[in-house]
Design a protein around this ligand. Structure first.
Ligand code: AMP
Length: 281
């Protein structure tokens, strides 16, 4: 495995691979890799001949009060883990080269980014869409792998590549969880032992909603009320949102029907955690 930091060099490697007829699979990350990321890399390995993983903590997707400065990282460990998972090129660009002085171009995906996480993190998806496009332009992948854990992100990126005619395939891989159901996240690192003990309630609430739906419940209000009660029963959880939306347009539903996304964001101390359940009703 090779570690590449220069944008020019990464573009040359990608160009060469394309000319040689190799299929490039790409996994963008912010590093501090866990089993969720590694699963994406393994999927890219199965689907392509050159696997590129990027590690870039993107400043433009963090709000001013968010954790950009304290976001965890461990490049030595990430290098070892990504190699073991089947990565060929680890691309680690610098902020200075990605956003040189005078940088002023941004991509906005309207509508889909105004709800759920977009409502509480204004500008977040603008930063995501912009950096992902930049990375696509550098890595030139035939396919890019994303996690279902960030369901809204995957939906926004799918829409962006369709609207902007970006010529690649998006693959979405299921959420990897800890043994107690907590979705793996680099931000779980922030949890105190007490918060960590409480955090699996998010998955339990989603599972409860899933079982209610299987038993015939169709009222979003009833489901949200039940989930809210479960999560608020703990001492440390602060709900940002619990929403039930249609999985294509992310519009709020009153009655569940079709492909439905139940998404939530809950803060435990320093950690803002998200999780979701995609369900066909
Ligand atoms: P991040 O490093 O948090 O920006 O995540 C990079 C990619 O890994 C995104 O596509 C995420 O959706 C995905 N990802 C993060 N956590 C998980 C998880 N627990 N299961 C599956 N994919 C994940």
């Amino acid at each position: 495995m090779k570690v590449v930091t220069g944008i020019d060099q990464m573009q040359m490697v990608a160009e060469k691979a394309r000319c040689a007829g190799k299929k490039i699979g790409f996994v963008p990350t912010m590093g501090y890799l866990h089993e969720g990321h590694l699963n994406l890399i393994r999927r890219a390995r199965q689907l392509s001949q050159l696997v590129v993983v990027s590690i870039f903590v993107n400043p433009t997707q963090f709000g001013p009060q968010e954790d950009y400065q304290s976001y965890p990282g461990d490049l030595t460990r990430d290098t070892r883990l990504s190699q073991q998972a089947g990565c060929d090129i680890l691309f680690v660009p610098s902020v200075e080269e990605m956003y040189p002085k005078g940088y002023c171009s941004y991509i906005e995906v309207k509508g889909l980014t105004q709800v759920l996480c977009g409502a509480s993190r204004p500008g977040h998806f603008r930063g995501v869409a912009t950096v992902v496009t930049m990375l696509f332009n550098i890595v030139k992948p035939h396919l890019a792998v994303f996690g279902q854990k960030d369901a809204q992100q995957a939906i926004v990126i799918r829409r962006m590549i369709r609207d902007l005619k970006q010529n690649l395939e998006i693959v979405v891989v299921p959420t990897v969880r800890e043994h107690d159901g907590l979705a793996m996240s680099s931000r779980n690192e922030y949890l105190t032992p007490q918060e960590r003990a409480e955090a699996p309630v998010l998955f339990r609430a989603l599972e409860w909603a899933g079982s209610q739906i299987s038993a015939g419940e169709r009222s979003a209000k009833n489901l949200i009320q039940g989930m809210t009660r479960m999560i608020e029963a703990g001492e440390r959880a602060e709900i940002d949102y619990i929403s039930i939306v249609d999985a294509a347009q992310l519009r709020s539903l009153e009655q569940l029907d079709g492909d439905v996304l139940i998404a939530l964001a809950v803060t435990f101390g320093r950690a803002r955690l998200i999780d979701n359940l995609l369900i066909r009703v």
